[in-house]
Ligand binder design. Structure first.
Ligand code: UN1
Length: 499
């Protein structure tokens, strides 16, 4: 009998539940072992979480009771608690997501960075003073928190992404109902457990942060709930577009969604070849290609494509996929059977359009996948160019020049991440201006964003409202506040004030 690592519980209105019923199993993708069980939250429990968040909002969102500085101080304490638990949290992340231990540590560190940023925002200016046409008038903007937010997060960054959404919401004064992915419930729960410890010290109202476990039905019920306003979501396009539709049909709801990507790395003929190959391997295979910023396409100027491809295949052959706790391993398994099936079916679809340079999936064991590498000339509207892969399939596309490379990279309905490898500073600028993506990198992989930058995609990749640090821009209603200190009424635009 394997050791049960953790017991999953909801956290509603400041109380931890004790769930023995409605239990879902949390499975380690590297071994198939059950790590523990967690509840499938009922509608009644979700209702209680929403009610408690709205009750908490009356206090937490009231600037006379909780200033930005005070709210941020709770987050600062949370950061200290997380720092003392990095190894334990990382271990749990690796156990439940299969992510390599080095990446799991980076996931926690990214969460720390995000929460440090959020804590610092408490002492930033809030709003603007704005000059008026009428000298006796003062104008300013005033920020009010928008209200209760749902936070629905994916399994590939089970600790960092929740902090991207929960941190800004809480510091802005918006209570949260958090539903972590059913694949990684415990990493999310640990964040809430540590928040609970920090919150008790500061007498934070109960219900400011609620945790409800479960599958997509729980998330959908939350998003549709009349008691939730902000829908903060990171995950697939299929789910995110549904969240957007639900929010759009309601007078008050808004959604900030981060969705998929169809990302490219471009290698030009003047590129530093060693850097290009390493950047490509990182972009294609880190996290077993399970980042929304992983590169599906490597677009290479044809004069250097044979040399690039040779070196890329050599380096790919050296990259080890295996036990995520082994320090010599580069990346762990895929998350589950569905991902493995997608890997296989995407691989065979691509194979019908492209030439196979390496077919790794023949060597699969459990959810461990070796990468597939293909080569294809650009052809519009192909599966290869349209479908987001999300498993280690990668396609090299030779092109005649930079213009064609940029055209191919932009020829997608997504727009999350893009990278260019070149020494040509003019092309760097062209890429910055004309690349259609929310994250653009030069002489770097397409992965590895820092949280104090905007993280968000164009087109199908997002709502155009980036998350991480930039989420602060969407969580407050910014109202105009104007005072007349004169004794007469004088109107702007030369409007007569005569009656
Ligand atoms: C994701 O791919 O889902 O930019 C998030 C990166 C990480 C975040 C990725 N900081 O690679």
């Amino acid at each position: 009998m394997k050791k049960i690592e953790k017991c999953g519980n909801n956290f509603i209105a400041g109380e931890w539940g004790h769930h023995d019923l409605h239990s879902l199993a949390n499975v380690n993708p590297a071994t198939g072992d059950v790590i523990g069980y967690f509840p499938a939250t009922t509608k009644e429990e979700v209702n209680s979480a929403v009610d408690s968040a709205n009750e908490a909002f009356k206090e937490w969102g009231d600037p006379s009771r909780w200033s930005w500085v005070k709210r941020a101080e709770v987050i600062d304490d949370l950061v200290q608690l997380i720092k003392s638990e990095i190894e334990n949290i990382a271990r749990l992340i690796t156990l439940e997501s299969g992510k390599h231990i080095n990446e799991a540590v980076a996931d926690v560190v990214e969460g720390i960075h995000m929460l440090q940023y959020c804590a610092s925002r408490g002492r930033h200016p809030i709003g603007y003073k704005i000059s008026s046409e009428i000298p006796e008038k003062d104008a300013e903007t005033h920020l009010s928190p928008r209200g209760v937010c749902t936070v629905i997060t994916p399994w590939n960054f089970p600790f960092a992404i929740p902090t991207w959404l929960i941190g800004p919401a809480l510091v802005s004064g918006c209570p949260v109902i958090f539903k972590p992915s059913e694949e990684t419930p415990f990493s999310g729960q640990v964040l809430v457990e540590l928040f609970d410890r920090a919150a008790r010290k500061h007498n934070v109202p109960k219900g400011v942060l609620n945790l409800v476990h479960g599958r997509g039905d729980v998330g959908e019920y939350l998003v549709r709930h009349e008691g939730t306003v902000g829908q903060l979501f990171t995950g697939s396009y299929a789910v995110g577009s549904k969240v957007k539709q639900i929010a759009a049909s309601h007078h008050e709801k808004f959604s900030v969604c981060e969705m998929g990507g169809k990302n490219s790395l471009i290698v030009l003929k003047d590129a530093n070849m060693e850097l290009a190959v390493r950047a490509a391997v990182f972009s294609a295979f880190k996290t077993t290609h399970q980042r929304c910023v992983s590169a599906d396409l490597i677009i290479v100027e044809e004069s250097v494509e044979p040399e690039f491809t040779k070196q890329f295949l050599e380096m790919t052959a050296r990259v080890k996929f295996g036990n995520p706790f082994d320090p010599d391993v580069f990346a762990g398994p895929l998350i589950n059977e569905r991902a493995m099936n997608k890997h296989l079916s995407n691989g065979s679809e691509i194979l019908s359009e492209a030439e196979a340079l390496k077919l790794g999936y023949a060597h699969r064991v459990g959810f461990f996948a070796e990468p597939n590498v293909f080569r294809m000339k650009y052809r519009p509207n192909t599966f290869t160019l349209r479908q987001e892969f999300f498993t280690p399939n990668v396609v090299i596309i030779p092109v005649k020049d930079f213009e064609e490379a940029l055209f191919v990279a932009n020829d997608t309905e997504y727009g999350l991440s893009m990278a260019l490898i070149t020494e040509d500073y003019r092309k760097m600028r062209e890429f910055k201006i004309r690349g259609k993506a929310g994250l653009k990198y030069v002489n770097l992989p397409s992965i590895g964003a820092e949280v104090h930058l905007p993280f968000g995609g164009m087109r199908r990749s997002g709502t155009g409202m980036p998350s991480a640090a930039w989420l602060f821009n969407y969580l407050s209603h910014e109202s105009a506040f104007t005072i007349n200190y004169g004794t007469d009424i004088k109107m702007a635009q030369g409007l007569s004030a005569k009656i």
